[in-house]
Unconditional design. Structure first.
Lengths: 112, 114
């Protein structure tokens, strides 16, 4: 298994501002994943973050809006830039291990 | 692209009744995984099925992987209030490694009335 922490756990932000979410894993992993989950909805993958290379973004998500850093094998950040109310959601990071995925507790973002 | 469909979207049961959720993929899967998300929580890995026709049990939960490796089901016998939550199936992207990204179904929200 993997122990994952995320900061902040929740935030309320003004539109037009940016928020950086941190994800810390208790051991080294090759790939980390960032998801978005609207209340009552499924998980939508934003991007895959490999250490030492640029993140790979899914259709509908762009680097200018969701820049990702992956400075080492245990840490990643996701920034939600120039926020609008439509960005209000839960953002989750996850890691894969032996084919299983382990999720952080999530960051609940509200944009007003 | 790959699609993973899950039904039903909602299921309300009385405590003690059985519950089943079904998952169908548009493509053949190398494996299928199931996750449970409690209200206010994050998804938690339950199980992975790899072999065609595989059946696995975890106490009152029975997981099946179809012969064609395109569908799966989760059955809970005699539900309890602790079973409340959303159950997701997920399959790896075609060509993905076991550490690769997953496509999640829409989830089935289970409520259990005591």
């Amino acid at each position: 298994s993997a122990v994952i922490s995320q900061k902040p756990s929740r935030d309320i932000c003004q539109r037009g501002t940016s928020l950086t979410i941190q994800c810390q894993v208790d051991s080294q992993v090759t790939m980390m994943f960032w998801y978005r989950q609207q209340p009552g909805q499924s998980l939508t993958l934003i991007a895959t973050a490999n250490q030492g290379s640029e993140a790979t973004y899914e259709s509908g998500f762009v680097i200018d809006k969701f820049p990702i850093s992956r400075p080492n094998l245990t840490f990643s950040t996701l920034t939600v830039s120039n926020m609008s109310p439509e960005d209000s959601s839960i953002y989750l990071c996850s890691v894969g291990r032996s084919g299983e995925q382990y999720f952080g507790p999530g960051t609940r973002l509200t944009v007003t | 692209g790959q699609q993973v469909m899950q039904i039903p979207q909602y299921q309300h049961v009385q405590e003690g009744e059985d519950f089943t959720t079904y998952c169908n993929s548009s493509t053949t899967l190398s494996n299928i995984q199931w996750y449970k998300q409690r209200p206010g929580g994050h998804p938690v890995f339950l199980i992975q099925l790899v072999k065609s026709g595989e059946v696995k049990k975890q106490k009152r939960l029975t997981f099946q992987f179809g012969e064609a490796k395109k569908n799966s089901s989760l059955h809970i016998t005699a539900t309890q209030t602790t079973d409340v939550g959303t159950y997701f199936c997920a399959g790896p992207d075609a060509g993905g490694t076991s550490y690769g990204k997953l496509t999640f179904g829409q989830g089935t929200i289970l409520t259990v009335h005591p």
